[in-house]
Design a protein around this ligand. Structure first.
Ligand SMILES: [Zn+2]
Length: 322
């Protein structure tokens, strides 16, 4: 009889990814759903259909399902408490999914679960103390201390994007102002790009905008790689601010490794080198002298694979306790 499996699911603002894995994190089947989510009912059905597709294809015993969502999760209840981009706030998500699937379900923050997979199999493998920041539209993250993922008192630890780094900064989706993600995310990149373009009329960035192209983080990254000065300046500014956030984390936690993931890490050294420079200048010794700031190994599948690991850990713990 084939070995049992777990299914990991990543629920994003525009798509749902699901896969089944074995204990070695080998993926056997994948399912993808586009998820414009007008209501929680539609979204729950979409997530379930992706899981059922993978479960039916796997033809193996299903031990548990792990689901990562971009939200703070109260682990006492399994209820998402703050979900800016999905209609799940206040929904008894874990219990509803477990009831409909008939297996244990483990729900976590997507970036925290990405941290789990980077720690076990990726850029922070073998390191006892690590921090991850995922840079996309916002900034998420996670912490590993003494070899274990840090969950905090009720499961909501690891939100570096909402560290305040400017008391008079721009408003944030969380209700505060000057959070790191208002200054160093893809959203901040787009805002700074507009200012940079106004200052540098002869740049490729300005010409791209004048020709009607949508200015995205990916385009700024591409132009920066091509050597466009305005695009490089914007990326350096974002990298410097990222470095400020990392310097705070380095002073607080003294990690060996800081992993930077998410879509913006496609900029590579154009983003990471300014961040390293700021950390060398502004974090305290000896922490600043030992920390390595590195790109993530896993790309857009990190949340899904981390969710599968979370389910493996959770189902193993449940079996041991039985
Ligand atoms: Zn915030």
């Amino acid at each position: 009889m084939p070995a049992p499996c777990v299914i990991g699911v990543d629920v994003g603002g525009t798509k749902v990814l699901a896969c089944d894995v074995d204990a070695g994190l080998t993926v056997h089947h994948r399912a993808l759903r586009r998820s414009p989510a007008p209501s929680s009912d539609v979204l729950l059905d979409t997530i379930l259909s992706a899981i059922v597709e993978v479960r039916d294809a796997a033809e193996r015993e299903l031990l548990a399902v792990g689901i990562g969502i971009p939200s703070m999760i109260d682990q006492r209840t399994g209820v998402p408490e703050f979900t800016a981009h999905l209609p799940l706030t206040g929904v008894p998500f874990r219990d509803v999914m477990a009831e409909r699937l008939g297996v244990p379900v483990f729900v976590g923050n997507d970036a925290t679960l990405a941290t789990l997979v980077e720690h076990r199999f990726g850029a922070a493998r073998g390191v006892p103390d690590a921090v991850m920041l995922t840079m996309g539209t916002g900034i998420g993250g996670g912490l590993v201390m003494d070899g274990r993922l840090v969950h905090g008192a009720v499961g909501a630890a690891g939100e570096p994007g909402h560290m305040v780094v400017d008391v008079d900064g721009p408003p944030c989706v969380c209700g505060s102002v000057g959070c790191l993600e208002t200054l160093a995310s893809g959203t901040a990149l787009a805002r700074e790009e507009r200012g940079s373009r106004a200052a540098a009329h002869d740049s490729e960035l300005a010409r791209a905008a004048a020709s009607g192209r949508e200015i995205t983080g990916a385009l700024v990254t591409e132009l920066a790689h091509d050597g466009d000065r305005a695009a490089r300046d914007v990326m350096a500014l974002i990298g410097m601010r990222l470095g400020l956030g990392i310097a705070n984390l380095v002073n607080l936690l003294n990690p060996s490794v800081v992993v930077v993931g998410g879509g913006m890490v496609a900029a590579g050294e154009l983003l990471l080198e300014p961040a390293r420079t700021v950390v060398r200048e502004r974090a305290l010794p000896p922490s600043r002298d030992v920390v390595r700031i590195v790109p993530a190994r896993f790309g857009e599948e990190a949340g899904m694979l981390g969710a599968a690991l979370f389910a493996l850990d959770g189902s193993g713990a449940a079996a041991a306790a039985a």
